[in-house]
Design a protein around this ligand. Structure first.
Ligand code: SAM
Length: 287
């Protein structure tokens, strides 16, 4: 089996296939031998589980997942890497590599076709950083039968995605993540752990998908427009963002805030999940 954390091995395989790193596709491969086993261990997968991997690169994380999981399906957008993966993963019979863009793949169908004999389905990935939040939101919003999403992301993105609601770091994306899952930051990964080394550090986060959200808004779409509007003007009050984002008069916003038991000057970052939910229900009545 290839040692894919060895820089010379990666270089040799890539040059044999005439492949160079693509910055545009976020190709920073893991070269720290401790990182992939730790991601797999912390993901909590068992021998009965199926795993969707996004962006296998040359297959360093894929190998570790395949040692533990029942089945791995890896989606790689870069066509040039498909023959490379054919080489590096040849020892595994439980891995399927598909040349596809995760954002354009019918995952519901793929899960039915590939994971019907698996107990739980997980996503594990070292995500391309240019598209981290869209991928995570797509996975959560599409309500796939997922147990958890364990992914490497840029450190700042991880802090934002996992921020406690009602804290300074929270934003609309943290609320969305919290709505669908319980988020935790698992461990820090310095930039030197990758080749080529990016100019930012990373961390691994785990989103354990909730069976159902803790709050049930009358209109989910409206709830998310409220959240987006409330957080849209970070230095101003929530009322400002809500008024312009929802196109509602300030006096209506003030009434909704006070009906929800909130100050009219409150900032979105101070609001808890429950307060955001109550506020959204009050605004819904007035829209
Ligand atoms: N898993 C490998 C590792 O940890 O060393 C590579 C991770 S690298 C950060 C991200 C990978 O995602 C690259 O191989 C890139 O080509 C692939 N990728 C980028 N955009 C993608 C997309 N939309 N769908 C599927 N794969 C994508």
């Amino acid at each position: 089996m290839y040692n894919l954390t060895d820089i010379n091995t990666i270089k040799r395989i890539m040059s044999r296939h005439g492949v160079t790193f693509s910055k545009a596709l976020g190709q920073n491969f893991i070269i720290d031998a401790d990182v992939c086993p730790m991601i797999v261990e912390k993901s909590g997968i068992t021998e009965e589980d199926g795993v969707l991997e996004i962006g296998p690169g040359v297959g360093v994380l894929t190998q570790e997942i395949a040692k533990k999981a029942k089945k791995v399906v890896s989606l790689e957008l870069d066509t040039r890497l498909i023959p490379v993966l054919g080489d590096t993963l040849e020892d595994f019979t439980n891995v399927e590599v598909i040349n596809a863009d995760v954002m354009k793949t019918d995952l519901d169908r793929l899960f039915k076709e590939s994971f019907s004999d698996c107990r739980n389905i997980h996503v594990i990935a070292n995500l391309p950083y240019y598209i981290t939040s869209p991928i995570i939101m797509m996975l959560l919003e599409s309500r796939l039968p997922l147990t958890a999403i364990t992914v490497m992301v840029q450190k700042e993105a991880g802090e934002r995605l996992c921020a406690e609601i009602g804290s300074r770091d929270a934003g609309a994306v943290s609320v969305a993540v919290n709505y669908y899952s319980e988020a935790e930051e698992l461990f820090f990964v310095p930039r030197e752990s990758f080749m080529p080394s990016p100019n930012v550090d990373s961390e691994v986060i785990k989103l354990t998908v909730r069976e159902k959200p803790e709050f049930a808004p009358t209109d989910e779409k409206f709830f998310f427009s409220v959240v987006k509007a409330a957080f849209s003007q970070r230095r101003k009050t929530a009322a400002n963002g809500l008024s312009s984002g929802l196109g509602m008069a300030k006096d209506k916003i003030f009434s909704a805030l006070s009906n929800a038991g909130l100050e009219t000057t409150v900032r979105a970052e101070k609001l808890t999940m429950e307060e955001l939910f109550t506020l959204s229900e009050e605004l819904y009545k007035m829209r």
